[in-house]
Design a protein around this ligand. Sequence first.
Ligand SMILES: [Zn+2]
Length: 258
Amino acid sequence: MSRVLYDAENQITNGYRQNVHEALDIVKKWYQQDAITAHSDGTVIMAVSNQKHNQGSTGTASYGNFVKIKHSDGYYTLYAHLREVYVKKGDYVKRGQQIGYMGDTGNAYGVHLHFEIRNNYDVKIDPTPYLDRDLPSNDRTLKYQVYDNVKKYWLPNVIVASGEYAGNFGNPIGGIYADKYRMRVHDKNKGYWLPWVENRNDYAGNLGNEIDGVQIEGATYRAHLKNGGWLSWVSKADNTNQGYAGIYGRAIDAIEIK
Ligand SMILES: [Zn+2]
């Protein structure tokens, strides 16, 4: 089943292979021809309609007549080798709307639809999982998580500003991972600040050692003390009085970012 043919029943004549054929070639069942429908709502950003069959053509010309649609969340779909194109650049199309008819324009070995999905960087991804499903959503939600030194594992991610915190009261944390943020922690056992880390490339902390200070740039955050309570919210990350969350010598067992 596919969303991109008018008659949803289809067969794949050429699958996705990275760096070889980063698309799906699709025909209606029994190799029949069919109208092409928009996979999802979006805006037509390219519509080429004056191309002929051109075996051996390369680059954009190899697509023949094609339509490219930009969807919410930044994904693109592209429909190539069309015999006819029913839309023009700038049109807003709805899911299931006919945008053209299957053909063999451009570098096509026969009548079929060449269907691509591209991510928000315009990089082709495997369309197979999404042929009859919504496009992947670009998850822009920032998350963070902490390592529980007692349970000895990373606790589940917590969404920034969700009103939830990361940690188990009573169990000191030994590390913090956070999306986007640049951060560092003060190692209670070693008694000094560990190097800055950022963008989830690394975690802040020495797993197993306790943390007694946290700095997170560009965030408002607070720390919870083991056998204590929540400290004040901090919205700086510098060496001034309120430029970090924590009290030296007191283990932190939870943090919250808002
Ligand atoms: Zn193809």
